[in-house]
Design a protein around this ligand. Structure first.
Ligand SMILES: Nc1ncnc2c1ncn2[C@@H]1O[C@H](COP(=O)(O)OP(=O)(O)OP(=O)(O)O)[C@@H](O)[C@H]1O
Length: 291
């Protein structure tokens, strides 16, 4: 399902003395089947935007369209169950929300909360665990006996067990070592490629943007300031540097890429953007980064 935000404004504590405006006239589109990266500095509004993608927050102003459902500030909470199931959010450090005595029960918690029987919930846990690279032997173990990376996988499995069509990831690799980060990012790439899950990735890692995303949205001070494919965005290397959006590794990569291939990102390339993107990804793979 496509998701669009039209003229969305959001204020925390609207109508109270503590009212604080977080979003101003946000217009953006998350295409079905795409891999969208949402980037921007701390406080630019990324977390506030992603909570609109499954109506955890309702816009103070404007509309959010999720598939065929339209959400505005008058939408009744009763209509939101369908959306919450279709759009799953993996929040930062999701392992902090594990609480059941077994991994099976933890994964089954979401589906059961949405009406699945215990038996159905446990069957879903069994079915989902391999998607995060853990085998059935983990089902009856305590989530608290696992490593940090494994706990994160279990928490992600809890979201996947709801069979979402859209998966929203808020800095999913924060706090993991480089190997753990690569494993988790490769896992999401597989879910995207093999299950057709639409991905929205909030990240500060520009290399992940270059490697995985096909659409980029940049936020600043509560609004969207640029959108495009990674190669369109990277063409504005100086602008990105000026905004201190954490380019270095990617910029270095692009410079090397230009030197080696003669393809100049500052110019429109006759190959067209998709072939150029494929070339970028192939190059990143050569450099030892999983795509
Ligand atoms: N619960 C809240 N109550 C009041 N203000 C909030 C709340 N959550 C966020 N804000 C404010 O809204 C603005 C946008 O914050 P948001 O968390 O969406 O940004 P972000 O880009 O996700 O930042 P980060 O990268 O740190 O997660 C900030 O000014 C922030 O202080």
């Amino acid at each position: 399902m496509d998701i669009t935000l039209k003229e969305v404004g959001y204020s925390y504590g609207a109508g109270t003395p503590f009212e604080s405006r977080a979003l101003y006239d946000v217009n953006l589109a998350i295409p079905e089947g795409g891999y969208t990266a949402l980037i921007g500095h701390t406080g630019s509004g990324k977390s506030t935007v992603i909570q609109h993608l499954n109506a955890l927050l309702k816009p103070t102003k404007g509309t959010v369209t999720i598939g065929d459902r339209v959400i505005n500030n008058k939408t009744n909470n009763k209509n939101l169950k369908y959306i919450r199931q279709k759009v799953g959010i993996v929040f930062q450090f999701p392992e902090s929300q594990l609480f059941e005595e077994t991994i099976a029960k933890d994964i089954a918690f979401g589906p059961m909360n949405f009406g699945a029987s215990e038996e159905e919930g446990l069957a879903l846990a069994k079915e989902t665990l391999p998607l995060v690279g853990l085998d059935e032997s983990f089902l009856e173990r305590s989530p608290f006996d696992l490593s940090g990376g494994q706990m994160r996988r279990v928490a992600i499995a809890g979201v996947l067990a709801m069979k979402p069509e859209v998966l929203v990831l808020d800095e999913p690799t924060a706090g993991l070592d480089p190997a753990g980060r690569r494993e988790i990012m490769t896992m999401f790439k597989r879910l995207h490629d093999e299950k057709g899950i639409t991905i929205v990735l909030v990240t500060h890692q520009m290399d992940d943007v270059a490697t995985y995303a096909d659409h980029v949205i940049i936020m600043e001070k509560g609004t969207v300031v640029k959108t495009g494919t990674p190669e369109e965005i990277f063409k504005h290397a100086e602008w990105l540097q000026e905004k201190q959006l954490g380019l270095p590794a990617s910029l270095q990569f692009l410079q090397t890429f230009t030197q080696e291939t003669g393809i100049d990102f500052a110019e429109q390339h006759p190959l067209g953007t998709s072939k150029l993107a494929a070339a970028i990804i192939a190059k990143l793979k050569e450099g030892g980064q999983d795509a």
